[in-house]
Design a binder for this molecule. Structure first.
Ligand code: KG4
Ligand code: ZN
Length: 343
């Protein structure tokens, strides 16, 4: 079965062709980061318009690279939500328009399910069940995953997402958007003992998170310095204090989730999963306890079309009727992951 995947929920346009026999046949991505950079964050209207510009050339690219013809596809999977409504509408209308023209069924995919299943695209995929830490720009959730669509929420952030904390703290340090990669690069040069920032909810009895206090702690340190007095080393020290704090909390909660459920496999998904310090910390903590950690390939940590094509294909393999010739492109900007039903 050949599935075309379309991702357009935020600021990346991703197209991909996933074949259940041959694996990923082609994928193409355009990131709008440069365009949003000058505004310090994603401007939804600009994002939608840019998806319109990029999607068709990327579509042509994946067909050309794979050698597949349009009529070879069996279904079209598109990100139905959650995400920016206008941006989602671009992907869904392209999916439905193409479906109608080619007489192929379409399937709306949950963006976070795409992230969650993306480590299964790697060469050493985890078996079910596993614990998943979803750490993206908008979400921080710990889930128990028993199969496709069989997700139990164990804990989530009460306020900011981890990626949001990275982005906001980076902005406070004048590092631009998106801040995650920039702040983690800077942290490499920081003194770990210069600033001990709070580790919110580290010792709470549940698996929930809270990161807005950590961002406020960064703000307080920056203010105490007075903006003009912040030299590069100060910034690196603050970055280090921030990264150490967030990595400690994420690592501890993952270990607690594994211990509480008795599971041995941990999957990390979403943009923050690309973070080097987080990976090192999780690997070390897991090795001590004989757990195994699985990550998506680096290129599939952040938003992409491959994970959407793959998640669609996984669902269709279990239930081939999940894709329908129903082209009323409904998007779901808010869509809780644990409300999904198993196929
Ligand atoms: O999953 P994703 O691409 O988009 C959403 O669905 O939100 O995640 C984007 C988030 C941003 O907040 C970005 O700063 C963060 O992932 N991120 C990172 C790194 N790469 C991306 N955070 C920390 N370290 C990184 N290397
Ligand atoms: Zn995402």
């Amino acid at each position: 079965m050949l599935v075309l995947g379309i991702e357009s929920s935020c600021d990346e346009t991703g197209l991909a062709l996933y074949d259940t026999q041959q694996g990923l046949r082609a994928h193409a991505l355009y990131s709008q980061v440069k365009m949003h950079e000058e505004y310090g964050g994603v401007v939804p209207e600009l994002a939608s318009r840019d998806h319109i510009r990029r999607a068709i050339p990327l579509l042509e690219q994946v067909f050309a690279e794979s050698g597949a013809r349009r009529e070879d596809i069996d279904a079209i999977a598109y990100t139905q939500g959650p995400g920016l409504a206008g941006a989602l509408l671009v992907g869904s209308s392209i999916a439905c328009g193409l479906g109608l023209a080619l007489d192929k069924p379409v399937l709306g995919v949950h963006h976070l399910e795409g992230h969650l299943l993306s480590p299964l695209l790697a060469s050493d995929p985890p078996a079910f069940p596993f614990i998943a830490l979803l750490v993206s720009g908008g979400h921080t959730q710990l889930m128990r995953v028993d199969g496709v669509g069989r997700y139990t929420m164990l804990g989530e952030t009460l306020d900011d997402a981890a990626g949001e904390a990275f982005d906001k703290s980076a902005k406070l340090l004048g590092l631009g958007y998106p801040g995650g990669p920039a702040i983690s690069r800077l942290a490499e040069f920081g003194d770990p003992d210069a600033y001990k920032l709070p580790r919110p909810m580290l010792h709470s009895k549940n698996l929930d998170f809270s990161f807005s206090g950590l961002k406020t702690a960064v703000l307080t340190v920056v203010k105490n310095h007075g903006d003009a007095n912040l030299c590069e080393q100060d910034k690196a020290n603050i970055a280090r204090g921030f990264v150490d704090a967030i990595v400690d909390v994420l690592t501890a909660k993952c270990m607690n989730a594994l211990k509480e459920t008795g599971l041995k496999r941990l999957v990390i998904a979403g943009g923050v999963g690309a973070n080097r310090q987080l990976r090192e910390s999780l690997n070390a903590a897991a090795a001590k306890r004989r757990y195994k950690v699985y990550y998506p390939e680096l290129e599939f940590c952040t938003d992409n079309g491959a994970m959407i094509a793959f998640a669609g294909a996984m669902r269709l393999q279990i239930d081939p009727t999940a894709a329908k010739k129903d082209y009323a492109f409904n998007v779901r900007p808010r869509w809780p992951l644990d409300s999904l039903a198993a196929p």
